[in-house]
Design a protein around this ligand. Structure first.
Ligand SMILES: Nc1ncnc2c1ncn2[C@@H]1O[C@H](COP(=O)(O)OP(=O)(O)OP(=O)(O)O)[C@@H](O)[C@H]1O
Ligand SMILES: Nc1nc2c(ncn2[C@@H]2O[C@H](COP(=O)(O)O)[C@@H](O)[C@H]2O)c(=O)[nH]1
Length: 207
């Protein structure tokens, strides 16, 4: 590894993906990580919500109790944390470090409160908002996903209205991707990330 390639790695900017629950962040992320092996690493958040079918502890989230999470937050282990739809979510320093130490582009999937908190840090990510074409489409996607009770669905839809309004504020997001047709949204996401993807390709080709 040359000195210049090490320097290049240090310049890899993390990526924040945000937007309403059900907009398609995880779907787009899965596609991205599937196409670009060894380029991106997911920052595994902590949450107090229960795992959904198919979710793996330590891969999709670190599933913890509220007491465990609160004491880690109080102990200064988190870059940001937020209460969302009745549960705690947060990005630990260790989660981001685990990705960055492997010289991968670190991806954070966080809500708007997390975006506001990250803006106060020196992480310097690229901020990308994933938005649904309409609230009606969002509701249909969330209902079809069958992960929510009626109560949590309503909480998520209410939060979605705030997330949509937040994304329209100037200078919050570097890119806004409307996830209507998945393939088109994916192409837009890739374009937004191409500079960082190319940095990793350059690092790999010079090492
Ligand atoms: N472009 C699309 N067209 C149709 N359905 C889609 C599209 N994108 C995602 N979906 C579907 O919508 C649902 C919500 O997507 P996904 O779980 O990726 O959202 P999310 O933003 O990650 O939500 P959350 O924040 O709750 O984790 C999923 O069932 C997914 O298969
Ligand atoms: N502020 C944070 N928000 C997070 C984090 N991890 C996930 N999220 C956001 O929570 C909602 C709901 O997620 P779900 O998996 O229960 O559907 C969604 O908007 C995520 O982006 C986090 O570490 N910090």
């Amino acid at each position: 590894m040359t000195g210049s390639s090490i320097a290049a790695m240090e310049n890899l900017r993390p990526v924040v993906l945000s937007g309403p629950s059900g907009a398609g962040k995880s779907t787009l992320l899965k596609k991205l990580m599937g196409e670009y092996d060894n380029v991106f690493g997911f920052s595994v958040s902590h949450t107090t919500r229960s795992p959904r079918a198919g979710e793996v502890n330590g891969k999709h989230y670190h599933f913890v109790t509220r007491d465990e999470m609160q004491s880690s937050i109080d102990g200064g282990d988190f870059i940001e944390s937020a209460e969302y739809s009745g549960n705690l979510y947060g990005t630990s320093k260790a989660a981001v470090h685990a990705v960055q130490k492997n010289n991968l582009i670190c991806i954070l999937d966080i809500d708007m409160q997390g975006v506001k908190s990250i803006k106060k840090t020196d992480l310097n990510p690229i901020y990308i908002s994933i938005q649904p074409p309409t609230l009606q489409t969002l509701e249909k996607r969330l209902r079809d996903r069958k992960t929510e009770t009626e109560e949590s669905l309503q909480k998520r839809l209410k939060a979605a209205e705030e997330e949509i309004a937040f994304s329209k504020q100037p200078d919050v997001f570097d890119h806004i991707v409307i996830n209507d047709k998945l393939d088109e949204a994916y192409e837009q996401l890739k374009q937004a990330l191409m500079e960082e993807i190319n940095k990793v390709k350059n690092i790999n080709s010079s090492s």
